[in-house]
Design a protein around this ligand. Structure first.
Ligand code: ADP
Ligand code: ADP
Length: 239
C-alpha cells in the first residue's frame, strides 16, 4: 500500500473557486480514513486531487512513489493505474456483464487488442473472480450490471477497483444513494479490503454516524480546509 502526503496544497479551479486551501495531510500506508464535511467543503476535490484528476495549484502532493504536483500526463496515467476509484453513481456499463465490468479494471494491464476482441488472459479472469468473491457477488458473474440492486452494483464497482490490484482505494460518497442496511454492507466491504488486504482506503461520507462507525481516523473539512483530524469514534457534530 501507499502513503499520501499533502504539504500546503492549494487547488484553485479555472473559475477562481478555491477547492483546497493550503491543506497539509499525512495518510500512512495501510490507513483507513473517512473524510466528512458538508456539500462544497472540498471532499471530492481532495479525492480528485490525490487521483491526479485535478491539478495542484501550489504546494506538494506525493502519492506513494509519485510526485503528483506538477507531474507529467504519463506519470498521472501510471498513478491512476495504481488507484482504485469508487463513486456514488457506481459508473458501471449497464448493458455489460458483471465480469466485463470488473475486467475493465485490468485495462491498464491488458493489451488493447485483447480487450477489443474480448479475449482476456486467464490471469485477469482469475483476478476478477477473486475480487468478485471478496465482495460476495461472484454468483452474479454473468448478470447484466443494470439488473443488479444498487448495493450489488456498488460491490461490482469495488470488485472492479480491486481487480486493478490497487495500492490505494478512493471512494467518493460510495453509499450516498443506498439505503442504510445496504450502506452498512458496502462500508463493511471497504473496511475488510483495508484490514484483510492492507490497502490504504480514503472514503468521503456526508453521514457522521457512518463515519464514526467505520472510520478509525476522521478528517473533517470545511471551506477547503481541514478543521478536524482525530479519532472517528469520539468526533461530535461540533467538531
Ligand atoms: P459534490 O457531490 O462533490 O458536492 P457537486 O454536485 O458539487 O458534487 O458537483 C458535481 C460536479 O460539478 C462535479 O464534477 C464538480 O466538479 C462540478 N462542480 C461543482 N461546483 C462547480 C462550480 N462552481 N463550477 C463548475 N463546476 C462545478
Ligand atoms: P464536496 O465534495 O465536499 O461537496 P467539492 O470538492 O465538490 O466539495 O467542492 C469544493 C468547492 O469547489 C465548492 O465550492 C465547489 O463549488 C467547487 N468546485 C468543485 N468542482 C469545481 C469545478 N470543477 N470548477 C469550479 N469549482 C468547483
Amino acid at each position: 500500500p501507499w502513503s499520501i502526503r499533502l504539504d500546503e496544497v492549494t487547488v484553485r479551479y479555472p473559475n477562481g473557486t478555491i477547492g483546497l486551501n493550503r491543506v497539509s495531510l499525512d495518510i500512512d500506508a495501510g490507513e483507513m480514513v473517512v473524510v466528512v464535511g458538508l456539500s462544497g467543503s472540498g471532499k471530492s476535490t481532495l479525492i480528485r486531487t490525490i487521483n491526479g484528476l485535478v491539478p495542484v495549484t501550489s504546494g506538494t502532493l506525493d502519492v506513494g512513489e509519485h510526485r503528483v504536483s506538477g507531474a507529467s500526463p504519463r506519470t498521472l496515467r501510471r498513478l491512476r493505474g495504481d488507484i482504485g476509484m469508487v463513486f456514488q453513481g457506481f459508473n458501471l456499463a449497464g448493458r455489460a456483464s458483471v465480469l466485463q465490468n470488473v475486467l475493465v479494471g485490468r485495462l491498464a494491464h491488458t493489451p488493447l487488442w485483447r480487450t477489443l476482441l474480448g479475449v482476456y488472459p486467464e490471469a485477469d479472469k482469475q483476478l476478477a473472480y477473486q475480487a468478485l468473491d471478496r465482495v460476495a457477488i461472484l454468483p452474479k458473474l454473468y448478470s447484466r450490471a443494470s439488473e443488479l440492486s444498487g448495493g450489488q452494483q456498488q460491490r461490482v464497482a469495488i470488485a472492479r477497483a480491486l481487480a486493478q490490484e490497487p495500492r490505494i482505494v478512493l471512494a467518493d460518497e460510495p453509499v450516498a444513494s443506498l439505503d442504510p442496511p445496504t450502506a452498512h454492507g458496502v462500508m463493511n466491504d471497504l473496511r475488510r479490503i483495508n484490514r484483510d488486504l492492507g490497502i490504504t482506503v480514503v472514503v468521503n461520507l456526508h453521514l457522521l454516524d457512518l463515519a464514526r462507525e467505520y472510520g478509525t481516523r476522521m478528517i473533517g473539512m470545511r471551506a477547503g480546509e481541514i478543521v478536524y483530524d482525530g479519532p472517528a469514534a469520539s468526533a461530535t457534530d461540533a467538531d
